[in-house]
Unconditional design. Structure first.
Length: 352
């Protein structure tokens, strides 16, 4: 039997009549479908990512915060979430996954789909210090995450008990240097940012302050206020109320310049040039998130940062707005990642 492809028009007509079927009509939809499929495959590489992901977002978004509720990162994340919801037109839920210095929440993000519906809001202390001090962290901030935006920076404050002998930064450094091993400083725990700031000050100032780790900044501050330990570093939002009420005395800030909430408190870099150790908060997505979605989230961040309500709330917290996009954040984190590696290695710090 000859195939339909090689039959003459007369034979095709006879074949169709014999079986009561018009095979030409049956074949047309199949040919059309095949043509459409081939055409779609041909043009797919030229479709823009925006076109492919034009529906994003079409369901709620989750922001993972790898710290406990109530902290600086959590507060910033919730302010952002409110603005995101308005801009993106979808609910935005903040999910706190605290534990092991941020390891639990950060590792959880590695298992999330890179689809823009799971976003990480974290601090440099969790993202850039933890991998050096917690060997079981098993994440690389440069390799495993896509930088989206840095949104706020928070100075750390060197605070002493009000009864401490030295009343200002210059006399503090003179007193501590004159009496090696006499003084201790408290921190929120081994390997935390306020721990490493003490180690950095030891190195740059030629000091020998002894570190006493606590389980959180709250207990550490309580013991400094109670004069069990003479001093600590704490973030500005954590310390400002105690400073203003006189329960702590602020003698230096970790930022490059003085801060509006504590205008009479000098930057530590005024006495120790190059000293810098602010906490900053940034937004990340899992590796593999499409560029178009990264751009959409970045635009939502930009819109949020322009909100007067967000600016007012940041001012009350002592948070200075940052406007780093993906490229700027990538440069910032690469520089600091190596900086903290040096501090950790020189001080032989380990949280395990």
């Amino acid at each position: 039997m000859t195939s339909p492809r090689h039959r003459t028009p007369a034979r095709r007509a006879l074949f169709s009549l014999s079986f009561g079927v018009d095979f030409r009509r049956l074949l047309r939809p199949a040919i059309a479908a095949r043509t459409l499929a081939l055409t779609s495959l041909a043009i797919l590489p030229w479709l823009s990512p925006v076109a492919v992901h034009a529906a994003y977002p079409d369901r709620p978004i989750t922001i993972t915060v790898p710290t406990a509720p109530g902290g600086t990162v959590d507060i910033v994340a919730r302010v952002l979430a409110e603005q995101f919801a308005k801009t993106l037109g979808q609910p935005v839920v903040v999910n706190n996954k605290a534990g092991a210095g941020g390891v639990v929440g950060t590792q959880a993000m590695l298992r999330e789909a890179p689809d823009g519906y799971n976003i990480l809001v974290t601090a440099n202390s969790n993202q850039l210090i933890v991998p050096w001090v917690v060997k079981s962290a098993r994440f690389d901030p440069i390799r495993d995450f896509v930088p989206i935006a840095a949104v706020g920076v928070v100075p750390n404050v060197l605070c002493v008990n009000p009864n401490f002998l030295a009343k200002d930064l210059a006399s503090f450094l003179k007193e501590v240097k004159a009496h090696p091993d006499r003084y201790q400083y408290a921190s929120a725990g081994a390997g935390t940012l306020n721990h490493l700031l003490g180690e950095m000050m030891n190195e740059q100032g030629g000091l020998r302050l002894q570190h006493i780790p606590y389980k959180g900044v709250g207990p550490a501050m309580s013991d400094v206020m109670g004069n069990q330990v003479p001093m600590l570093f704490a973030s500005l939002p954590s310390a400002v109320e105690a400073v203003k009420s006189g329960r702590l005395r602020a003698i230096g800030v970790s930022s490059a310049a003085r801060v509006p909430l504590l205008p009479d408190v000098p930057a530590i870099s005024e006495a120790l040039p190059g000293f810098s150790g602010d906490l900053w908060v940034a937004v990340y997505a899992p590796k593999g998130t499409p560029p178009a979605i990264v751009q959409t989230v970045h635009e939502a961040v930009r819109h949020a940062m322009a909100s007067p309500d967000l600016q007012q709330r940041f001012d009350k917290l002592g948070v200075t707005a940052l406007h780093d996009g993906p490229a700027e954040l990538a440069k910032r984190q690469e520089k600091e990642f190596q900086q903290w590696k040096t501090v950790v290695q020189n001080a032989k710090v380990s949280a395990e």
